[in-house]
Design a protein around this ligand. Structure first.
Ligand SMILES: *Cc1c(COP(=O)(O)O)cnc(C)c1O
Length: 389
């Protein structure tokens, strides 16, 4: 008989009943150091007092009204995002995949309204992940995600990762946009070089294409800047956000320039839950904390320390690990052992990591991770590696 929960996930036999900062407590009382943060979601760790307070206060007053009415918490969060980014305007969603849907619709509608209904094709990259909706899987294009779900949403062309010549060669009169993660997450923590992101921006400008960045995983302070593209000194036309922005409450957003958003007039898009008062109250507090320059400084400092310690870990365990990759607190350990075995050895040593493609384990800890916890992380990862040796 089928499980009562549709069996689409392969779950570890772990049941966490409480979270405190960087720690998760299992039903049997064991304390796990959480270097996964719910896949880069719990940006401020678990049960951050400021988030608990803002959520409880909002819960006592108003949960939901729909977008038929004014939502001041949404307005506040939109203003914070606009003030701290390239964007002029924001639409709120509940997830990364919904942000992908709107980004695709927005880019196509832009060209439609400009009198170019033929411009519908979006160039994407192999190894990317943009969510599980029909647009998301078509954008990623991998057989693993798309097989059996045809007919796929058309209008995507997947190109080799970082291959700028392939991008130039793929551009036609039908191309409307380039869609890329500045740091691939699911694809195995693969940062795009700053120079390549700059080149993509230049190609987009030259050929009159929109640049869409998927910062669902790498955004909201994860790389030590509020948004990852800031490292390259470029700005997109449209950007997808989710995961960290809600700190654990389901929330996503699409940020855009006024020009790129110009096709999205009243009635062209909507969401029942998107931007609801609970989610936006929490998101506003996350932004208030994460966007503060001193907080981002602290992320960069911790990221430097963690990276340095991980280089040592790799050097000490050359049979298990091959290299450290990534940026900020979005780090990956490319494994020589099977990555799932390393993740499981981590569980046995009460440390949580997340597998990714390319035989990588991901470290996406809360941005609030302390220096002591970095030491603890290395101790536990080292024990996990030694147990495989
Ligand atoms: C997780 C993720 C998504 C999908 O987000 P969901 O909230 O799971 O729908 C899209 N893009 C990237 C880069 C992601 O990491």
């Amino acid at each position: 008989m089928i499980a009562s929960v549709l069996p689409t996930y392969s779950r570890a036999p772990l049941t966490f009943v409480k979270g405190e900062g960087s720690w998760l407590i299992e039903a049997d009382g064991r304390r796990f150091l959480d270097l996964g943060a719910g896949i880069a979601v719990n940006a401020l760790g678990h049960a951050h007092p400021a988030l608990v307070e803002v959520l409880s206060t909002q819960a006592q007053n108003l949960w939901h009204v729909s977008n038929l009415y004014q939502i001041p918490q949404q307005q506040t969060l939109a203003d914070q995002l606009v003030d701290n980014s390239f964007a002029d305007t924001v639409f709120f969603t509940n997830s990364g995949t919904e942000s992908c849907e709107l980004a695709v619709k927005m880019a196509r509608k832009y060209w439609y309204e400009k009198g170019h209904p033929e411009k519908v094709e979006i160039l994407t990259f192999e190894g990317s992940f943009h969510g599980r909706s029909s647009a998301g899987i078509a954008a990623a294009g991998s057989e693993k995600m798309t097989k059996g779900f045809g007919p796929l949403l058309g209008g995507f062309k997947s190109l080799p990762w970082g291959d700028l010549e392939a991008v130039k060669a793929a551009i036609s009169d039908e191309t409307c946009a380039i869609l890329v993660e500045p740091v691939q997450g699911e694809g195995g923590i693969r940062p795009m070089a700053d120079a390549d992101l700059q080149a993509l921006r230049a190609i987009a400008d030259e050929h009159n294409l929109l640049l869409i960045l998927d910062e669902v995983q790498c955004g909201v302070g994860r790389t030590g800047k509020l948004f990852a593209h800031e490292w390259a000194g470029i700005t997109p036309d449209i950007m997808m956000v989710a995961k960290g922005i809600g700190g654990g409450f389901p929330l996503g957003a699409v940020l855009a320039t006024e020009e790129a958003a110009s096709g999205m007039t009243a009635g062209t898009h909507g969401s029942t839950y998107g931007g609801n008062p609970l989610a936006c109250a929490v998101g506003g507090k996350v932004m208030e904390i994460v966007a503060a320059p001193a907080f981002l400084d602290s992320v960069r400092a911790k990221a430097g320390l963690l990276r340095q310690r991980l280089e040592g870990l790799v050097a000490d365990n050359p049979e298990v690990f091959e290299e450290v990759r990534g940026t900020g607190l979005m780090l990956g350990l490319k494994c020589k052992a099977v990555n799932i075995d390393v993740v499981n050895a981590g569980y046995a040593n009460e440390v949580i990591t997340v597998p990714a493609a390319d035989n990588v384990i991901r470290l996406l800890p809360p941005l609030t991770l302390s220096e002591d916890e970095i030491g603890e992380a290395i101790t536990r990862l080292d024990a996990a590696a030694k147990s495989l040796g």
